[in-house]
Design a protein around this ligand. Structure first.
Ligand code: ADX
Length: 208
């Protein structure tokens, strides 16, 4: 049977660290490999599955456990599942790990100072002025994973480089096979094949 084993790539990191960007790239990469894939993005989940929840520890835990619950259903049905919520608390992430088992934790790191400088949504400025209370990294905790399967540093790496690290780890863990990389030469991220000689199929993007 060529049915793929499901797994969850669990992103964690501060708001603005780059979780959603890399998650989206990973999603397209999985699609290009012909995997069934879904993203549970923090911002989307908070408008749907977790609508009405706030940012107290209790509400965050509820949010993360819901994401973990759905991720588990998908994973056990062979889906390459991606989650990208801050998920600031180690014990809840570990609860999801125990439930899902095929769980690949990716810590997307950027310092609070860097995220505040990027301030894509303008929320850090508000948090620093005290207009938003309990903002992760400002006046609410973020507990970094102690042993994530992958650590990416978005201050030092390009998104393509971070993506490549994740793919290498998934390959090492046996969840994907670099040799299966399908030819999609004009994909946005075809440049990633330059970074690692392990991908044998150099794509014909000179056809552009
Ligand atoms: S989590 O803590 O429950 O994992 P989640 O990823 O769903 O958080 O939502 C985080 C997003 O909500 C942030 O990217 C930001 O846009 C928004 N947000 C609003 N208030 C807060 C807050 N107090 N702390 C963190 N993020 C917040």
């Amino acid at each position: 049977m060529s049915e793929h084993r499901g797994f969850t790539v669990w992103f964690t990191g501060l708001s603005g660290a780059g979780k959603s960007t890399i998650a989206e790239m990973l999603y397209h990469e999985f699609q290009a490999r012909g995997l069934r894939t879904e993203i549970l993005d923090g911002d989307v989940v908070r408008q749907t599955l977790s609508k009405g929840l706030g940012f107290s520890k209790e509400d965050r835990d509820t949010n993360i456990l819901r994401i973990g619950f759905v991720a588990n259903l998908l994973t056990r049905n062979g889906v390459a599942t991606i989650t990208s919520a801050i998920s600031p608390y180690r014990h809840v992430r570990n609860e999801c790990r125990s439930l899902i088992k095929d769980f690949v934790e990716v810590h997307v790191h950027a310092t609070v100072e860097e995220c505040a400088k990027r301030d894509v949504k303008g929320l850090y400025e508000k948090a620093m002025k005290g207009e938003i209370k309990g903002f992760t990294g400002v006046d609410d905790p973020y507990e970094p994973p102690s042993a994530p399967e992958v650590f990416v540093d978005t201050m030092a790496q390009t998104p393509d480089q971070s993506l490549q690290l994740i793919l290498d780890t998934l390959d090492e863990l046996g969840y994907i096979d670099h040799a299966e990389r399908m030819v999609h030469g004009h994909g946005e991220h075809s440049g990633l094949t330059d970074l690692d000689g392990k991908i044998g199929l150099r794509l014909a993007d000179d056809s552009r």
